[in-house]
Design a protein around this ligand. Structure first.
Ligand code: DON
Length: 569
């Protein structure tokens, strides 16, 4: 373990940069543990890393609101959780602000201007395995930094204050856990393959728990952002470093792509479910639309009577997931480029029709269930949930796509670039990393945003925040959020159980139910009897929930599947 004096240096640095005000006196980056669940009155933050959650709560304590805390937490995650926290990726934010206004911010990556439809195909027209996943060609133009600066519109503190904890964590380092050490050890071969310059993650000996990760290049990038604003990333030295990295590795992202990147405010995708209001993310994420379809398809069914993890409930929810994901493959993509029939996909009559061939107790089939006919006219991401006592609730999911994105660190700038281009449909019908298929709606075009499954969501009760929820997990994201909402609203479960009890997933193709190890044997047997194919996989999602209790306090729960942390005060 790191010696005590090192910690003092860290605190002093924070104190100095805050003009004498302690913002994180409670944070020790060399000795910390993850709190999995808290009940708090003034505010709460749940994220994938305890230090990032602690930074968020420190910002709340300092007078920041939930938006400030969400910004500072994301920046801290870019340092302490490099497999998904990022400067080189993108994300989505959904919030309800104290005045009651709901907003959605899209800072999804964008295809570079030189991208083209067939860029991942070989001469015979086949998808080249890995080309959209690893290395320099896999990255979309990063959106995160613009997104953070756009979010500042609703924050109270300056970026200078919000970014400083991240700078200190990068500069002074933090202690890594066994799981993180293992992840860095597993990454070594990829780092050697996809990097043109040495990175801090490459290690001649094996990483072990208790090692300190110091990221000087990243600290300098963060300082340029602190001093020059978004231009400290999209222009000047950082942009130059990105483009030089592209040149060395055969990538196509150009200075003009970076300069042109815009984060966009969108109208949240909002609908009612059993008297609650669900506020979700619209295109280019399929998250809000899929949630809408799935919740509405179960709304009139006797789910509460079936009960949690009953074979009948799992079957119903599976059939609903199958139908929604079939529509995703056909109709969903960046609505700025492709006319997504959003109204039609969520019309009550359409969804009712869609369930006409659901037979309780009998497995459906994805050969029979196709994308619906519409009326003619028409393992890494990271989620954080934040709430404050003024009535601001913020739900953010952000990602590099896979763990450590493209595995390429920008030489001299210290951050991983995303491999989000894999979320496009490289060729109609060919599954991407998450097994999702697509076609025209999600084909690659310059400047287009790739379809996402990320579903940062807020559920309101009587117009006030009730749940702040979201998760990583690729295509399992909307189904995990769907199940979390149903678990709490229909099955009356606690937030803790809704987060940690078994989850399952069906996405139309492949035609199977993914289940976790914890799925009880008798339930498996019942589903097999109905005719389902089961596929056991490691943990589905890492759901972070804040629930507002009847007395107004916040119950914050971090998923046990990861080392995530819930903090509050
Ligand atoms: O936007 C999406 O849907 C994916 N890029 C998310 C990837 C993800 O959740 C990875 N986490 N396990």
């Amino acid at each position: 373990m790191r010696a005590f004096p090192h910690f003092i240096v860290f605190l002093v640095a924070l104190t100095a940069c805050q003009g004498g005000r302690h913002i994180t006196s409670a944070i020790d980056p060399y000795h910390f543990t993850a709190t999995k669940s808290v009940v708090a009155r003034n505010g709460a933050v749940v994220s994938a890393h305890p230090l990032a959650s602690k930074v968020g709560v420190a910002i709340l304590r300092q007078g920041g609101n939930a938006v400030d805390a969400a910004i500072a937490t994301q920046l801290a995650l870019a340092v302490v959780y490099p497999n998904a926290g990022n400067l080189g990726g993108g994300g989505f934010l959904v919030a309800q602000l104290a005045g009651g206004q709901t907003v959605a911010l899209d800072y999804r990556e964008m295809a570079p201007a030189a991208a083209h439809r067939d860029m991942y195909l070989d001469a015979a027209g086949n998808v080249v395995p890995g080309k959209s996943l690893n290395g320099h060609l896999a990255s979309g133009v990063p959106g995160t930094v613009r997104g953070l600066f756009e979010s500042l519109r609703y924050a109270k503190l300056p970026m200078r204050t919000l970014i400083q904890p991240a700078i200190d964590l990068a500069e002074k380092g933090f202690v890594i856990t066994t799981r993180e050490a293992n992840a860095y050890n597993d990454l070594q071969a990829d780092l050697a393959l996809y990097n043109t310059r040495p990175t801090v993650f490459a290690h001649s000996s094996r990483w072990k728990s208790g090692d300190t990760l110091v990221q000087k290049d990243l600290a300098n990038t963060l300082k340029r952002i602190r001093d020059q604003g978004a231009a400290g990333f999209y222009e000047g030295q950082t942009a130059q470093l990105i483009v030089e990295e592209m040149r060395r590795g055969g990538g196509i992202m150009a200075l003009a792509d970076l300069k042109a990147y815009k984060a966009l405010w969108r109208t949240p995708h909002t609908f009612d479910y059993k008297g609650f209001t669900v506020v979700g993310m619209p295109m280019p994420s399929s998250g809000g639309t899929l949630l809408h379809q799935m919740l509405k398809m179960v709304e009139s069914q006797p789910l509460p009577r079936y009960g949690f993890l009953s074979p009948d409930a799992i079957q119903l929810m599976t059939e609903v997931e199958r139908r929604a994901y079939a529509d995703r493959a056909e109709y969903m993509g960046d609505a700025d480029f492709f006319k997504v029939p959003q109204k039609e996909l969520t019309a009550p009559a359409y969804l009712e029709q869609r369930m006409k061939d659901y037979v309780p107790g009998v497995a459906g089939s994805s050969t029979v269930t196709r994308p619906g006919r519409l009326p003619k006219e028409s393992e890494q991401t990271t989620h954080l949930s934040v709430i404050d006592a003024q009535g601001n609730a913020v739900s953010v999911t952000t990602t590099l796509n896979n763990s450590y994105g493209s595995k390429t660190v920008v030489g001299g700038a210290g951050f991983f670039l995303n491999d989000e281009m894999d979320d496009f449909s490289a060729k109609p019908g060919v599954p991407n990393f998450y097994g999702a298929v697509g076609g025209e709606a999600n084909a690659i075009e310059p400047g287009k945003r790739m379809l996402s499954s990320m579903a940062p969501t807020i559920v309101l009760k009587d117009g006030k925040p009730f749940l702040v929820v979201g998760t990583p997990g690729g295509t399992t994201i909307p189904t995990s959020v769907f199940q979390t909402i149903v678990d709490i609203i229909d099955f009356g479960m606690s937030a803790n159980d809704a987060v940690n009890k078994p989850k399952f997933h069906h996405q139309w193709l492949p035609d199977q139910i993914d289940i976790e190890k914890t799925m009880p044997q008798d339930v498996r047997a019942a589903l097999l009897r109905m005719g389902y194919k089961l596929n056991e996989r490691v943990g589905i999602g890492r759901t972070e929930v804040i629930r507002v209790l009847p007395d107004g306090r916040f119950e914050a729960v971090a998923d046990n599947r990861g080392e995530d942390g819930a903090e509050g005060y």
